[in-house]
Design a protein. Structure first.
Length: 95
């Protein structure tokens, strides 16, 4: 059975729950919180956001040149292909 994690979005002040293994963007959409997104494949970076607290893993690994070293060092993640491994606090990007 998959674990369910709570995700708090700082800017919108919303909390959703996401099953481990499910895309954060898809789960948020299903719960009425539309996050910025475009390709849904982790390539365009429209869905990039900062993970303030918690751990994620990628459902599929992004291309090596999608995230810069600075993005990775700043805990930026591609939410369309990310799934939570714990409860999360996320600072979403501006639309």
């Amino acid at each position: 059975m998959s674990k369910i994690h709570q995700i708090k979005f700082i800017k919108s002040n919303k909390i959703i729950t996401t099953k481990e293994g499910d895309s954060i963007v898809v789960s948020s959409d299903n719960q009425g919180l539309e996050l910025p997104r475009s390709c849904m494949q982790g390539m365009c970076t429209t869905c990039i956001a900062k993970i303030i607290e918690g751990k994620i893993r990628y459902i599929e690994e992004p291309d090596l040149d999608t995230l810069t070293k600075e993005d990775i060092d700043n805990n930026m993640a591609l939410l369309c292909i990310a799934t939570p491994l714990s409860s999360l606090i996320i600072e979403e990007s501006e639309d």
